[in-house]
Design a protein around this ligand. Structure first.
Ligand code: MG
Length: 236
């Protein structure tokens, strides 16, 4: 290469570098912008299911208006299971809950409720603060399937958070189920680490069968558990 060619290459180098970089960038779509919330409040692309005001996103299993009470910005268990009007496949869920401040009952009878994905797969809600029960039935358990890794419970009456990633099981081409998964953080602590969801509905589930979409359901287990700040982000 003569000196003239080297000089031309040197001058073109920045242009060629930018062009090469642009080609690499152009091959991948730019991630969408999401404005995050603060202190658990919903990000900009969330579907808000309860903002402390009304139960318009919820219904009874029979299809009527949800009968739970709204008190002090929380919805309080009352009069049967409730489920979302909208149905979901894979989602990220944020939900806050509190067991009754006044301790009544023990084991499964203390602050029992539950979050059912697709009305089928329950992450247990229970007052598990100094309250023994079987491990795969305590707070944060994939009920009847998998105990939480640790017990990260707060005291009864205190607000607690679940942040959950649910991937729905799917029908496979050979008739077998392609497992989904559940990953759960309880008060910010990892308690379920991408465990398989094989399509077996939890005991006492409202529905069964592997489906692409289903409602989020909150259980009435006769204990006045409260919920607030409920939102999801669709992942598919
Ligand atoms: Mg339950």
């Amino acid at each position: 290469m003569n000196s003239f060619a080297r000089s031309v290459l040197r001058q073109l180098a920045p242009v060629l570098t930018v062009a090469a970089g642009w080609t690499v960038c152009a091959a991948e779509p730019e991630p969408p912008i999401v404005t995050p919330g603060t202190n658990g409040s919903p990000p900009s692309d969330a579907i808000v299911l309860f903002d402390g005001k009304d139960l318009s996103a919820w219904r009874t299993v029979e299809g009527g208006p949800a009968k739970w009470k709204v008190e002090d910005g929380a919805m309080v268990m009352n009069g049967g299971n409730i489920m979302t009007r909208e149905e979901f496949g894979d989602i990220q869920l944020h939900i806050e809950w509190a067991a009754p401040t006044k301790i009544e009952g023990q084991g499964q009878g203390r602050g029992n409720s539950g979050v059912y994905f697709q009305g089928r797969y329950e992450i247990q809600v229970l007052d598990s603060y100094q309250n023994k029960t079987y491990p795969n039935g305590q707070a944060g358990a994939f009920y009847g399937h998998n105990a939480p890794l640790v017990n990260a419970s707060r005291k009864p009456g205190e607000w607690q958070t679940y942040d959950i990633i649910f991937r729905a099981p799917k029908p496979g081409p050979d008739g077998k189920v392609i497992p989904g998964s559940l990953t759960v953080f309880h008060n910010g602590v990892l308690i379920q680490d991408h465990i398989p969801v094989k399509g077996d509905a939890t005991a006492a589930a409202q529905f069964s069968g592997v489906v692409p979409k289903g409602p989020l359901l909150l259980q009435d287990h006769s204990n006045p558990v409260r919920y607030r700040n409920v939102w999801v982000r669709k992942l598919n």
